[in-house]
Design a binder for this molecule. Structure first.
Ligand code: KG4
Ligand code: ZN
Length: 347
Protein backbone atom coordinates (compact mmCIF):
# COMPACT_ATOMS: atom_id res chain seq x y z
CA UNK A 1 0.00 0.00 0.00
CA UNK A 2 1.41 3.38 -1.01
CA UNK A 3 1.75 6.10 1.63
CA UNK A 4 0.38 9.46 0.48
CA UNK A 5 1.17 12.61 2.45
CA UNK A 6 -0.09 16.16 2.02
CA UNK A 7 2.40 18.71 3.36
CA UNK A 8 1.92 22.40 4.12
CA UNK A 9 4.63 25.04 4.56
CA UNK A 10 3.83 28.57 5.77
CA UNK A 11 6.73 29.56 8.04
CA UNK A 12 7.63 32.85 6.37
CA UNK A 13 6.43 34.42 3.12
CA UNK A 14 5.81 31.42 0.85
CA UNK A 15 2.59 29.43 1.03
CA UNK A 16 3.32 25.96 -0.28
CA UNK A 17 1.64 22.55 -0.51
CA UNK A 18 3.01 19.25 -1.75
CA UNK A 19 1.90 15.69 -2.28
CA UNK A 20 4.39 12.92 -1.76
CA UNK A 21 3.82 9.20 -2.38
CA UNK A 22 6.29 6.79 -0.77
CA UNK A 23 8.85 9.59 -0.48
CA UNK A 24 8.52 10.74 -4.13
CA UNK A 25 7.22 14.25 -4.71
CA UNK A 26 4.23 14.35 -7.11
CA UNK A 27 3.50 18.07 -6.71
CA UNK A 28 5.05 21.09 -5.04
CA UNK A 29 3.11 24.34 -5.44
CA UNK A 30 4.50 27.59 -4.06
CA UNK A 31 2.69 30.94 -3.88
CA UNK A 32 5.09 33.82 -3.21
CA UNK A 33 4.07 37.14 -1.64
CA UNK A 34 5.12 40.11 -3.77
CA UNK A 35 3.45 42.49 -1.30
CA UNK A 36 6.61 42.64 0.86
CA UNK A 37 8.82 44.02 -1.93
CA UNK A 38 7.81 47.62 -1.40
CA UNK A 39 8.62 47.40 2.33
CA UNK A 40 12.14 46.01 1.75
CA UNK A 41 11.49 42.96 3.95
CA UNK A 42 8.78 40.59 5.16
CA UNK A 43 5.96 42.33 7.10
CA UNK A 44 4.67 39.60 9.45
CA UNK A 45 1.05 40.84 9.59
CA UNK A 46 0.83 40.99 5.79
CA UNK A 47 2.44 37.58 5.48
CA UNK A 48 -0.22 36.00 7.72
CA UNK A 49 -3.02 37.61 5.71
CA UNK A 50 -1.51 36.46 2.41
CA UNK A 51 -1.18 32.89 3.76
CA UNK A 52 -4.90 33.01 4.63
CA UNK A 53 -5.70 33.94 1.03
CA UNK A 54 -3.29 31.50 -0.58
CA UNK A 55 -3.58 28.36 1.45
CA UNK A 56 -6.75 26.84 0.05
CA UNK A 57 -5.91 27.46 -3.65
CA UNK A 58 -2.36 26.17 -3.16
CA UNK A 59 -3.53 22.98 -1.46
CA UNK A 60 -6.18 22.43 -4.17
CA UNK A 61 -3.52 22.88 -6.90
CA UNK A 62 -1.16 20.43 -5.19
CA UNK A 63 -3.92 17.80 -4.99
CA UNK A 64 -4.96 18.40 -8.60
CA UNK A 65 -1.43 18.20 -10.05
CA UNK A 66 -0.82 14.95 -8.17
CA UNK A 67 -4.20 13.63 -9.31
CA UNK A 68 -4.99 12.96 -5.69
CA UNK A 69 -8.24 13.14 -3.69
CA UNK A 70 -8.55 13.96 0.00
CA UNK A 71 -9.62 10.34 0.55
CA UNK A 72 -6.25 9.15 -0.77
CA UNK A 73 -4.29 10.92 1.99
CA UNK A 74 -2.66 8.89 4.76
CA UNK A 75 -1.39 11.86 6.81
CA UNK A 76 -1.10 15.65 6.90
CA UNK A 77 2.34 17.13 7.57
CA UNK A 78 2.95 20.79 8.34
CA UNK A 79 5.72 23.17 9.40
CA UNK A 80 5.30 23.63 13.14
CA UNK A 81 8.46 25.69 13.81
CA UNK A 82 10.56 27.83 13.59
CA UNK A 83 9.29 30.91 11.74
CA UNK A 84 6.95 33.88 12.00
CA UNK A 85 4.30 32.92 14.51
CA UNK A 86 1.33 34.40 12.60
CA UNK A 87 2.45 32.66 9.41
CA UNK A 88 3.03 29.33 11.14
CA UNK A 89 -0.39 29.49 12.80
CA UNK A 90 -2.17 29.63 9.42
CA UNK A 91 -0.56 26.40 8.17
CA UNK A 92 -0.84 24.73 11.57
CA UNK A 93 -4.56 25.46 11.96
CA UNK A 94 -5.24 24.41 8.38
CA UNK A 95 -3.39 21.10 8.84
CA UNK A 96 -5.06 20.40 12.18
CA UNK A 97 -8.53 21.13 10.80
CA UNK A 98 -7.95 18.86 7.81
CA UNK A 99 -6.54 16.05 9.96
CA UNK A 100 -9.56 16.34 12.26
CA UNK A 101 -12.07 16.39 9.40
CA UNK A 102 -10.45 13.44 7.58
CA UNK A 103 -9.52 11.59 10.79
CA UNK A 104 -5.93 11.19 9.58
CA UNK A 105 -2.64 11.40 11.51
CA UNK A 106 -0.97 14.77 11.90
CA UNK A 107 2.81 15.18 11.52
CA UNK A 108 4.61 18.27 12.91
CA UNK A 109 7.80 19.12 11.02
CA UNK A 110 10.79 21.27 12.03
CA UNK A 111 11.50 23.62 9.11
CA UNK A 112 15.30 23.50 9.45
CA UNK A 113 15.35 19.70 9.62
CA UNK A 114 13.22 19.66 6.48
CA UNK A 115 15.75 21.90 4.66
CA UNK A 116 18.41 19.27 5.49
CA UNK A 117 16.21 16.35 4.33
CA UNK A 118 15.46 18.12 1.02
CA UNK A 119 18.66 16.32 0.02
CA UNK A 120 16.74 13.02 0.24
CA UNK A 121 14.14 14.02 -2.37
CA UNK A 122 15.99 13.23 -5.61
CA UNK A 123 18.69 10.73 -6.54
CA UNK A 124 21.58 10.50 -5.91
CA UNK A 125 20.90 10.73 -2.17
CA UNK A 126 23.54 11.09 0.56
CA UNK A 127 24.06 8.13 2.86
CA UNK A 128 24.03 8.57 6.65
CA UNK A 129 25.86 10.05 8.41
CA UNK A 130 26.18 13.21 6.32
CA UNK A 131 26.98 16.86 6.96
CA UNK A 132 24.70 19.63 5.75
CA UNK A 133 25.45 23.34 5.48
CA UNK A 134 22.00 24.90 5.79
CA UNK A 135 21.95 28.50 4.62
CA UNK A 136 18.72 30.47 4.58
CA UNK A 137 17.33 33.91 5.29
CA UNK A 138 17.04 33.20 9.01
CA UNK A 139 19.64 30.49 9.67
CA UNK A 140 23.18 29.40 8.93
CA UNK A 141 24.04 26.01 10.37
CA UNK A 142 26.34 23.05 9.94
CA UNK A 143 24.27 19.99 10.81
CA UNK A 144 25.43 16.43 11.44
CA UNK A 145 22.63 14.19 10.17
CA UNK A 146 22.96 10.67 11.58
CA UNK A 147 19.51 9.52 10.44
CA UNK A 148 16.29 11.18 9.26
CA UNK A 149 15.33 11.51 12.93
CA UNK A 150 18.70 12.27 14.51
CA UNK A 151 20.41 15.55 13.73
CA UNK A 152 22.84 17.72 15.66
CA UNK A 153 23.82 21.33 15.03
CA UNK A 154 27.65 21.49 15.08
CA UNK A 155 27.88 25.22 14.41
CA UNK A 156 25.66 28.20 13.60
CA UNK A 157 25.70 31.93 13.15
CA UNK A 158 26.15 34.08 16.23
CA UNK A 159 24.48 37.09 14.54
CA UNK A 160 23.16 37.47 10.96
CA UNK A 161 22.35 34.55 8.68
CA UNK A 162 24.06 34.15 5.28
CA UNK A 163 20.80 35.07 3.52
CA UNK A 164 20.60 38.24 5.61
CA UNK A 165 24.17 39.11 4.57
CA UNK A 166 23.02 38.87 0.94
CA UNK A 167 19.76 40.73 1.52
CA UNK A 168 21.31 43.52 3.62
CA UNK A 169 24.10 44.04 1.08
CA UNK A 170 21.46 44.26 -1.62
CA UNK A 171 19.53 46.83 0.41
CA UNK A 172 22.68 48.95 0.82
CA UNK A 173 23.10 48.78 -2.95
CA UNK A 174 19.51 49.97 -3.44
CA UNK A 175 18.29 46.63 -4.82
CA UNK A 176 14.77 45.36 -4.04
CA UNK A 177 13.94 42.65 -1.48
CA UNK A 178 14.85 39.81 -1.44
CA UNK A 179 18.20 40.85 -2.85
CA UNK A 180 20.05 37.52 -2.67
CA UNK A 181 19.03 36.33 -6.17
CA UNK A 182 19.90 39.78 -7.63
CA UNK A 183 23.37 39.80 -6.06
CA UNK A 184 23.81 36.35 -7.61
CA UNK A 185 22.71 37.68 -11.02
CA UNK A 186 25.02 40.74 -11.03
CA UNK A 187 27.91 38.74 -9.52
CA UNK A 188 27.92 36.51 -12.58
CA UNK A 189 29.16 39.48 -14.67
CA UNK A 190 31.62 40.78 -12.05
CA UNK A 191 35.20 40.32 -10.89
CA UNK A 192 35.23 38.69 -7.40
CA UNK A 193 38.85 39.77 -6.80
CA UNK A 194 38.23 43.47 -7.47
CA UNK A 195 37.35 44.41 -3.86
CA UNK A 196 38.46 42.69 -0.68
CA UNK A 197 36.13 42.22 2.30
CA UNK A 198 37.24 40.86 5.69
CA UNK A 199 36.82 37.25 6.82
CA UNK A 200 35.77 37.16 10.52
CA UNK A 201 37.88 35.15 12.95
CA UNK A 202 35.24 33.19 14.85
CA UNK A 203 36.44 30.13 16.75
CA UNK A 204 35.05 26.63 16.12
CA UNK A 205 32.28 25.98 13.62
CA UNK A 206 30.21 29.09 14.32
CA UNK A 207 29.70 31.89 11.81
CA UNK A 208 29.40 35.66 11.93
CA UNK A 209 28.19 37.95 9.15
CA UNK A 210 27.48 41.23 10.94
CA UNK A 211 31.08 42.50 10.46
CA UNK A 212 30.84 41.94 6.73
CA UNK A 213 27.61 43.93 6.62
CA UNK A 214 29.30 46.84 8.44
CA UNK A 215 32.35 46.63 6.14
CA UNK A 216 30.07 46.88 3.08
CA UNK A 217 28.22 49.83 4.65
CA UNK A 218 31.42 51.84 5.27
CA UNK A 219 32.90 50.77 1.92
CA UNK A 220 29.87 52.26 0.13
CA UNK A 221 29.75 55.36 2.35
CA UNK A 222 33.37 55.98 1.39
CA UNK A 223 32.69 55.23 -2.30
CA UNK A 224 35.08 52.30 -2.26
CA UNK A 225 38.04 54.06 -0.61
CA UNK A 226 37.80 52.50 2.88
CA UNK A 227 35.96 49.83 4.86
CA UNK A 228 36.25 51.64 8.17
CA UNK A 229 34.17 54.56 9.33
CA UNK A 230 36.10 57.74 8.48
CA UNK A 231 33.99 60.85 8.64
CA UNK A 232 36.42 62.96 6.62
CA UNK A 233 36.27 60.54 3.72
CA UNK A 234 32.50 60.10 3.57
CA UNK A 235 31.35 60.42 -0.01
CA UNK A 236 28.34 62.51 -0.95
CA UNK A 237 25.12 60.67 -1.81
CA UNK A 238 25.74 61.38 -5.52
CA UNK A 239 29.32 60.05 -5.37
CA UNK A 240 28.11 56.95 -3.58
CA UNK A 241 25.35 56.30 -6.13
CA UNK A 242 27.74 56.84 -9.03
CA UNK A 243 30.25 54.44 -7.47
CA UNK A 244 27.54 51.79 -7.06
CA UNK A 245 26.25 52.24 -10.61
CA UNK A 246 29.72 51.97 -12.12
CA UNK A 247 30.85 49.02 -10.01
CA UNK A 248 27.68 47.07 -9.18
CA UNK A 249 28.78 43.77 -10.76
CA UNK A 250 32.24 43.80 -9.15
CA UNK A 251 30.84 44.76 -5.71
CA UNK A 252 28.27 41.93 -5.90
CA UNK A 253 30.89 39.41 -7.06
CA UNK A 254 33.36 40.46 -4.32
CA UNK A 255 30.81 40.35 -1.47
CA UNK A 256 29.37 37.06 -2.71
CA UNK A 257 32.82 35.55 -2.97
CA UNK A 258 33.52 36.48 0.68
CA UNK A 259 30.19 35.04 1.92
CA UNK A 260 30.93 31.82 0.01
CA UNK A 261 34.47 31.55 1.41
CA UNK A 262 33.24 32.10 4.99
CA UNK A 263 30.69 29.30 4.51
CA UNK A 264 32.96 26.81 2.78
CA UNK A 265 35.96 27.30 5.08
CA UNK A 266 33.81 26.29 8.07
CA UNK A 267 32.26 23.40 6.17
CA UNK A 268 35.74 22.15 5.33
CA UNK A 269 36.73 22.33 9.02
CA UNK A 270 33.59 20.35 9.96
CA UNK A 271 34.45 17.68 7.36
CA UNK A 272 37.98 17.35 8.74
CA UNK A 273 36.76 17.22 12.37
CA UNK A 274 34.11 14.55 11.72
CA UNK A 275 35.89 12.62 8.97
CA UNK A 276 32.63 12.66 6.98
CA UNK A 277 32.80 12.89 3.19
CA UNK A 278 29.06 12.84 2.40
CA UNK A 279 28.39 16.58 2.26
CA UNK A 280 25.22 18.50 1.39
CA UNK A 281 24.07 22.09 1.22
CA UNK A 282 20.48 23.24 1.69
CA UNK A 283 18.27 26.31 2.24
CA UNK A 284 17.48 29.35 0.13
CA UNK A 285 21.09 30.50 -0.23
CA UNK A 286 22.05 27.10 -1.70
CA UNK A 287 20.29 28.40 -4.84
CA UNK A 288 23.25 30.80 -5.20
CA UNK A 289 25.23 29.93 -8.34
CA UNK A 290 28.58 31.05 -6.87
CA UNK A 291 28.10 28.87 -3.77
CA UNK A 292 26.96 25.87 -5.85
CA UNK A 293 30.00 26.12 -8.14
CA UNK A 294 32.55 26.65 -5.34
CA UNK A 295 30.98 23.82 -3.30
CA UNK A 296 31.23 21.38 -6.22
CA UNK A 297 34.84 22.40 -6.91
CA UNK A 298 35.82 22.03 -3.25
CA UNK A 299 34.10 18.62 -3.14
CA UNK A 300 36.13 17.42 -6.11
CA UNK A 301 39.34 18.67 -4.55
CA UNK A 302 38.61 17.05 -1.19
CA UNK A 303 37.14 13.83 -2.57
CA UNK A 304 33.73 14.45 -1.03
CA UNK A 305 30.44 13.16 -2.41
CA UNK A 306 28.48 16.41 -2.73
CA UNK A 307 24.71 16.92 -2.90
CA UNK A 308 22.55 19.98 -3.59
CA UNK A 309 18.73 19.85 -3.78
CA UNK A 310 17.03 20.87 -7.03
CA UNK A 311 16.30 24.63 -7.16
CA UNK A 312 12.62 24.24 -6.24
CA UNK A 313 13.62 22.40 -3.02
CA UNK A 314 16.27 24.95 -1.95
CA UNK A 315 14.08 27.94 -1.08
CA UNK A 316 11.06 27.43 1.18
CA UNK A 317 8.78 24.72 -0.20
CA UNK A 318 6.39 22.04 1.01
CA UNK A 319 8.20 19.26 -0.88
CA UNK A 320 10.85 19.16 1.84
CA UNK A 321 8.12 19.12 4.52
CA UNK A 322 6.44 16.22 2.69
CA UNK A 323 9.57 14.09 2.50
CA UNK A 324 10.35 14.77 6.18
CA UNK A 325 6.73 13.91 6.93
CA UNK A 326 7.16 10.64 5.08
CA UNK A 327 10.15 9.59 7.25
CA UNK A 328 8.21 10.58 10.36
CA UNK A 329 5.19 8.61 9.13
CA UNK A 330 7.35 5.50 8.69
CA UNK A 331 8.61 6.01 12.27
CA UNK A 332 4.98 6.58 13.45
CA UNK A 333 6.09 9.95 14.84
CA UNK A 334 2.68 11.62 14.96
CA UNK A 335 1.38 14.68 16.84
CA UNK A 336 -1.98 14.98 18.51
CA UNK A 337 -4.42 17.78 17.80
CA UNK A 338 -3.24 19.81 20.78
CA UNK A 339 0.04 20.57 18.96
CA UNK A 340 0.62 24.27 18.35
CA UNK A 341 2.94 26.41 16.26
CA UNK A 342 6.15 27.72 17.78
CA UNK A 343 8.26 30.65 16.52
CA UNK A 344 11.43 29.20 18.03
CA UNK A 345 12.30 25.55 18.29
CA UNK A 346 15.04 23.56 19.88
CA UNK A 347 16.60 20.56 18.13
O1 KG4 B 1 15.24 29.10 2.85
P1 KG4 B 1 14.62 30.39 2.42
O2 KG4 B 1 13.75 30.37 1.19
O3 KG4 B 1 13.78 31.04 3.55
C1 KG4 B 1 14.13 31.00 4.88
O4 KG4 B 1 13.84 29.97 5.55
O5 KG4 B 1 14.78 31.99 5.30
O6 KG4 B 1 15.82 31.42 2.19
C2 KG4 B 1 15.59 32.74 1.77
C3 KG4 B 1 16.93 33.41 1.61
C4 KG4 B 1 16.82 34.91 1.34
O7 KG4 B 1 17.74 35.57 2.17
C5 KG4 B 1 17.22 35.03 -0.13
O8 KG4 B 1 17.81 36.26 -0.46
C6 KG4 B 1 18.22 33.91 -0.24
O9 KG4 B 1 17.64 32.86 0.50
N1 KG4 B 1 18.44 33.48 -1.64
C7 KG4 B 1 19.61 33.68 -2.29
C8 KG4 B 1 19.41 33.19 -3.60
N2 KG4 B 1 18.14 32.71 -3.71
C9 KG4 B 1 17.56 32.89 -2.48
N3 KG4 B 1 20.76 34.23 -1.88
C10 KG4 B 1 21.75 34.30 -2.76
N4 KG4 B 1 21.65 33.85 -4.04
C11 KG4 B 1 20.52 33.28 -4.50
N5 KG4 B 1 20.44 32.84 -5.75
ZN1 ZN C 1 13.65 28.10 4.99
Amino acid sequence: MATTILAIESSCDETSASICVDGSILSNHIAGQAIHEKYGGVVPELASRAHMQNILPVVSEALKTANCRLDDLDAIAFTQSPGLIGSLLVGTQFAKSLALALDKPLIAVHHMQAHVLANLIDDPKPSFPFLCLTVSGGHTQIVLCESAAKMKVLGETIDDAAGEAFDKTAKLLGLPYPGGPLIDKYAQQGDPKRFSFPEPKIPGLNFSFSGLKTAVLYFLQNAGTSQVYKEEFLASEEEKQQFITENLEDICASVQQRIVSILLNKLQTAAIQTGIKEICIAGGVSANSGLRKAFKELGEKKNWNTYIPAFQYCTDNAGMIAVTGYYKYMAKDFSDLSVTASARASW
